[in-house]
Design a protein around this ligand. Structure first.
Ligand code: RTP
Length: 155
């Protein structure tokens, strides 16, 4: 069915503290805007330790977990919700591999980062996690459902 291919998904994208510190917020938002996805949530936020631990709960047993929590809570992050057809997988492609040295040039990490532990941006890995993470990082009233205008400024 065509309808199922047109399923609109949502994903949680976050500029991590190193991205904020390095002045990459605009550059990163721009990549998703230019691709054509719709921004439905956006805020600068100092993440409490409990939320970082909940967000990364699947990685709790990893040796890098304590360092990861310190990193994510080290300064403000930029939380974003993006909507669109295929947005979850597409955003992961735009972001590139977890290890920035393996990420292709043209991707955010491929262009802007070097270390796995400082890889500037997060993106949900499935539509289910997209919903879960948006629910975790945003309150109901912080999200906007809106319809882009049909370019009246070109008339
Ligand atoms: P993300 O969730 O942030 O988009 O990253 P990912 O799926 O590509 O990678 P994942 O395996 O879920 O790891 C989450 C984040 O943990 C940090 N990490 N550090 N030092 C290390 O070996 C190591 N491995 C992972 C990275 O910041 C990674 O994005």
């Amino acid at each position: 069915l065509v309808a199922s291919m047109e399923q609109v998904d949502e994903t949680y994208i976050m500029v991590k503290p190193d991205g904020v510190q390095r002045g990459l917020v605009g550059e990163i938002i721009s990549r998703f805007e230019k691709k054509g996805f719709k921004l439905t949530g956006l805020k600068l936020f100092q993440c409490p330790k409990e939320l970082a631990e909940e967000h990364y709960k699947d990685l709790k047993a990893k040796p890098f977990f304590p360092g990861l929590i310190d990193y994510i809570t080290s300064g403000p992050v930029v939380c974003m919700a993006w909507e669109g057809v295929g947005v979850v997988a597409s955003a992961r492609k735009l972001i590139g591999s977890t290890d920035p040295l393996k990420a292709e040039p043209g991707t955010i990490r491929g262009d802007l980062a070097v270390q796995t532990g400082r890889n500037v941006v997060h993106g949900s890995d499935s539509p289910e996690n997209g919903k879960r993470e948006i629910g975790l990082w945003f309150k109901e009233g912080e999200l906007c459902q809106w319809t882009p205008a049909q370019a009246p400024w070109l008339r």
